[in-house]
Structure formats: C-alpha cells, structure tokens
Unconditional design. Structure first.
Length: 120
C-alpha cells in the first residue's frame, strides 16, 4: 500500500511542472479579435482531419477505427451534430473550409483553444 501511494505521489509530482508549462504557453497564445469579442471560432482556429488520412498511418489506425465506428452510429452522429450547432462560429468556419456538416464525426478542443474536427 505504501509503495502504491509513493508511486502515485511521484507521478503527480512528475507531471505537475509540465501542466504549469502548458498553461503558461496557452496563456501567452494570441487571441484573435473575433475570439475576444464574441467567443466564436475563426476559420484559422479549426483544423479538419479526414478519417481516411488516419487510416493510411499505421500509428493512427486504431484512432481511425474508433472514429469509423462513431460515424456508423446514428445516435452518436446526432449528438455530434447538436454539439456542432452549440459552438458559435464553428459551422461557418467549417463551411468556409468546404466541409459538409453532416460528415463531422468528432470535435475536440486543441491545446491552443482551437478545434480539431474529424470528418468522414
């Protein structure tokens, strides 16, 4: 038990400085005027990743399979579509990148505060 607690504490102490650095880097990231005034997302703050590009990379094949399963589940796709509509400016940013909204499979927030959108 003592060994387990020691390992857990050591792990927390080991990653604590990294979390502080990540926060500091994020705090100094420039914000666009659009993000400052309305909280919406500019097109340059959105990265689009096609599932087919992940399938070609052996190290990303598992992620591609997970996303493909999500894409084939109607309930999950409906949830993603409602999430998409709930993020101000995201639909417009995706439209400016010629992304069909019904092809959005997953939305993640990147370390810089932008969005990573996975599409079929």
């Amino acid at each position: 038990m003592k060994k387990t607690v020691t390992i857990a504490l050591a792990s927390l102490l080991a990653i604590a400085p990294a979390a502080g650095i990540a926060y500091a880097q994020d705090a100094t990231a420039p914000m666009t005027s659009d993000g400052m005034s309305t909280g919406s997302i500019a097109a340059d703050g959105v990265d689009v990743v096609k599932i087919s590009s992940l399938e070609a990379d052996d190290s990303q094949r598992g992620e591609a399979e997970r996303l493909t399963l999500k894409a084939n589940d109607p309930a999950t796709m409906e949830k993603v579509q409602s999430e998409l509509q709930g993020v101000p400016g995201l639909a417009d940013a995706l439209a400016s990148k010629n992304v069909q909204l019904e092809n959005v499979v997953e939305i993640q927030t990147s370390a810089t505060g932008g969005k990573v959108v996975y599409v079929k």
